[in-house]
Design a binder for this molecule. Structure first.
Ligand code: NAD
Ligand code: UDP
Length: 347
């Protein structure tokens, strides 16, 4: 059985689905601070199997001890964490406490229970402003410009030191690039609280007129069209990367770092044009000042994961946008939507 912390959230729920589909038993621990239980009901609908769910906090060591005693858990996927950059600037202690101290509490409980296999959600943000593109795993980590990024880098360093101290640990640090999209059914997807910060969730809300227009942060970057370039990856490809990493953990000790990206960068303007084409809706935008802390460009060299995990991102930008749009149309209010969602055809 795999313990999935944060398994009701955006990426976690897609990983739970992928785990169930590959035959794993799953126990989800989530305090629902940024998610809904309904995501797991939808996963059950899709897989025909209901993941076990415990509402609780990853910082609660006694609860973790109880779970590890009660269930035959052999490995942990650790998604639970806070991820809003702006909020992390305003509430740094909450971010360090959840993302760093929460990871430490989890590892302490795992060690007490004799469980040493961990897949950790890290981020390309740990590279900071990398000088060379594409980014390989051996590029030095940078200085993240906000407490969220710092907390991910700190957690990585804690996990590296832990694995160095005890050869029983086998830990995967998965550095995600920009996860977008949704399961192709449109039944599970990203359900941001309040006004979205990330590009695609914001574009989706503009397209359904919940926001008047998109602000493009900066048109004067040293990129081919002046707007920021990122490596967007389909959340189902990302979920599959976790399955591959989990399988690999059974075979090697120590810490391994893998980039999960496609290796292909798209600018904000390219995203807008592709989105308009797929949805058939005009996306009003204006170019405004750069967002503080943003970097010009960032894309992965995913070859290490390809070679070592036999993993490859298979879905293209069209699939990412079409699947996100299907999720948005079927669930205009996210999981708060009362009615069962209708199937929606997207071109
Ligand atoms: P999300 O907010 O949808 O999921 C996180 C889940 O963790 C939520 O369900 C939330 O309720 C839960 N949670 C938060 N604090 C908790 C706690 N103390 N105890 C138990 N549960 C708790 O976010 P996501 O996009 O699915 O991200 C998952 C992980 O991936 C996070 O660690 C995030 O930092 C990391 N990550 C995300 C992105 C991205 O762009 N989405 C990029 C890189 C890394
Ligand atoms: N972006 C934008 N307008 C928005 C949100 C994002 O122009 O409302 C840009 C942002 O400057 C970056 C890209 O879109 O170049 C991706 O931003 P996002 O916040 O989704 O991810 P990040 O790479 O910053 O983590």
């Amino acid at each position: 059985m795999i313990l999935v912390t944060g398994g009701a959230g955006y990426i976690g729920s897609h990983a739970v689905l992928a785990l169930l589909e590959t035959g794993h038993e799953v126990l989800v621990l989530d305090n629902l601070c940024n998610s809904s239980r309904l995501s797991l009901d939808r996963v059950a609908l899709l897989t025909g199997r209901q993941p076990r769910f415990i509402e609780g906090d990853v910082r609660d060591g006694a609860l973790l001890d109880e779970l590890f005693q009660r269930w035959p858990i052999t490995a942990v996927m650790h998604f639970a964490g806070l991820k809003a950059v702006g909020e992390s600037v305003r509430e740094p202690l909450r971010y360090y406490e959840t993302n760093v101290a929460g990871s430490i509490t989890l590892c302490q409980a795992m060690a007490r229970a004799g469980i040493f296999r961990l897949v950790f959600s890290s981020s390309a943000t740990v590279y900071g402003e990398s000088v060379s593109m594409p980014i390989r795993e051996d590029c030095p980590t940078g200085i993240p410009t906000n407490p969220y990024g710092q907390s991910k880098l700190m957690a990585e360093n804690v996990l590296k030191a832990l694995a160095d101290s005890d050869p029983r640990w086998s830990i995967a640090l998965l550095r995600y690039f920009n996860p977008i999209g949704a399961h192709e059914s449109g039944l599970i997807g990203e359900d941001p609280n309040g006004t979205p910060n990330n590009l695609l969730p914001y574009m989706l809300q503009v397209a359904v007129r919940r926001q008047p227009q998109l602000s493009i942060y900066g048109g004067d970057y040293a990129t081919h069209d002046g707007t920021g370039v990122r490596d967007y990856i389909h959340v189902m490809d990302l979920a599959q990367g976790h399955i591959c990493a989990l399988e690999r953990l059974g075979r090697s000790a120590g810490v391994s770092v893998w980039n999960l990206g496609t290796g292909q960068g798209y600018s904000v303007l390219e995203m807008v044009r592709a989105f308009e084409q797929i949805t058939g809706r005009a996306l009003p935008y204006r170019i405004v000042a750069r967002r503080p802390g943003d970097i010009a460009q960032c894309w992965a060299d995913p070859s290490k994961a390809r070679v070592e995990l036999q993993w490859n991102a298979e879905r293209d930008l069209h699939a990412m946008l079409a699947d996100a749009w299907r999720w948005q149309l079927s669930n205009p209010q996210g999981y708060q939507h009362e009615q069962a969602p209708q199937a929606v055809m997207v071109g």
